[in-house]
Ligand binder design. Structure first.
Ligand code: XIL
Length: 447
């Protein structure tokens, strides 16, 4: 007897190694952002990298968004790296993906001071040569995708912060009229595409957005084709301009569409749950401002996952700027967008709660088990832990929980007095059960 008991207590030690499982809190399947947007008359987009459009990244890009913007693939340095030598591979791929997923494409961008090929930047060009270069570039690129692009960011970032024109290759060579010329050439190459001027730090009413406003006003007065303004919206946590909606409205009142073209909201790393909650409020505020103005037609995020964002490499020490984390889990920010679009999905907690199963004492026919539910960065107001016994174990009695067992399936829910598990806290319950042969530790699920 004694030796048998010794043998059993060794088994008990092995069986007593607790299994720890992270349980994402259950939440109802959420309506995709693109469908929520459609119900509000908004197109919801994301910037994408063509090579990543497979697997989970491709699934989410296709399912959640109704518009794609190539993050880099349509920029001059991408499409014409050497003069006269074109590479359309990634741009073609993104356009094909969008068509296969019933999505719009925002073309980005035709005339910019940045991400131009070296041959262009380093050349010395007469105004006449610059005119020919730009006209050919626009005609070639817009012509290639004629009928396939909903909107073009024709001119990108033309202004300085004080509202004066940015001195660029184009401005220095051709004067302010490079903008009107570019728009006119784009219209000629694809009359159906909406033509935009796009800039950053023009989300609120300020000197720069007023310069943009005055530009659009004068273009319209002159009969130059201009259909919309793009507010990039590369924002800093907690700094959504209070005049965002008013600013969108004043452009709409000029008779142009408005798009939020490159939304991201960055924070100092590492992020914590309070920052992620603030980010949710910020995303919700931006989305709500667009929802409030009928002519705000498109809300596009500049990358939908933190694993595909320009922020970390551009702003050292900052990141976590997009609606999905690097593992494709929707962040509170995702639900901020969804809620402003009328969605009712239940956000998961920002942290996690876990359940661990342990065997206390064990004797020849029975054992005492315990389960501890712990929360960090999250909390619970009720809980249920389930598991399946693998070797015929049978619960006979439980305390601090209500347990039922049907066949091998066990389900234990909180008692009336211990459903709450606070952030940083834990709750335990115990039970007696029978066993024979072996007593393997089951995998427990909290949900
Ligand atoms: C960024 C891309 O996301 C990066 O991958 C690239 O290295 C630099 O450009 N404003 C714009 C976008 O209009 O084209 C920029 O995209 C971000 C700022």
């Amino acid at each position: 007897m004694r030796s048998l008991r010794t043998g059993l207590s060794l088994t008990s030690l092995v069986a007593g190694l607790a299994l720890l499982l992270t349980a994402p809190a259950a939440h109802a399947a959420d309506t995709p952002l693109r469908d929520l947007g459609t119900a509000k008359g908004k197109v919801v987009g994301t910037a994408v990298t063509g090579s990543k459009l497979t697997g989970t990244y491709g699934d989410l890009a296709g399912a959640q968004f109704s518009s794609l913007t190539p993050g880099n693939a349509m920029k001059w340095e991408s499409v014409e790296p050497a003069q006269g030598s074109f590479n359309w591979a990634e741009a073609d791929q993104i356009v094909a993906f969008a068509q296969a997923h019933n999505q719009q494409v925002r073309g980005h961008t035709l005339v910019w001071h940045s991400q131009n090929p070296n041959w262009l930047t380093n050349g010395s060009w007469t105004p006449a040569q610059l005119t020919t270069l730009l006209q050919n570039h626009i005609g070639t690129e817009v012509g290639r995708y004629k009928g396939k692009i909903a909107a073009w960011d024709v001119v990108n970032e033309p202004f300085n912060e004080d509202g004066t024109y940015r001195p660029t290759l184009w401005y220095n060579g051709l004067g302010t009229d490079y903008i009107a010329k570019a728009l006119t050439w784009a219209r000629a190459a694809d009359p159906a595409a909406k033509l935009y001027v796009n800039d950053y730090n023009v989300e609120g009413v300020n000197a720069k957005s007023t310069a943009l406003y005055n530009l659009v006003k004068s273009l319209k007065e002159r009969g130059v084709p201009i259909d919309g303004v793009g507010l990039q919206a590369h924002l800093v946590l907690g700094q959504v301009p209070s005049t965002l909606q008013q600013n969108i409205q004043r452009f709409a009142d000029l008779g142009v569409d408005v798009a939020i073209t490159e939304l991201d909201i960055r924070m100092n790393l590492p992020s914590d749950s309070a920052e992620l909650a603030q980010q949710k409020a910020d995303y919700k505020a931006v989305t709500a401002a667009c929802v409030a103005v009928a002519r705000c037609v498109n809300l596009t995020v500049w990358g939908f996952t933190d694993s595909d964002s320009w922020v970390e490499s551009t702003f050292p020490g900052q990141g976590a700027a997009t609606p999905y984390d690097a593992n494709y889990a929707p962040k509170p920010a995702y639900y901020g967008i969804a809620e402003a679009l009328g969605g009712t999905g239940t956000p998961p907690p920002t942290g996690a709660c876990t359940a661990s199963y342990g065997v206390g004492s064990q004797w020849n026919t029975g054992f005492t088990g315990n389960v501890t539910i712990s929360c960090s960065g999250a909390s619970l107001s009720s809980w249920k832990v389930t598991w399946t016994y693998g070797a015929g174990q049978q619960i006979t009695q439980a305390w601090n929980a209500t347990c039922t067992q049907s066949g091998a399936a066990v389900s234990c829910a909180n008692a009336s007095y211990n459903g709450t598990v606070p952030d940083g806290g834990s709750v335990s319950f115990g039970f007696n059960a029978s066993w024979s042969g072996s007593n393997p530790v089951p995998t427990v699920t909290l949900g």
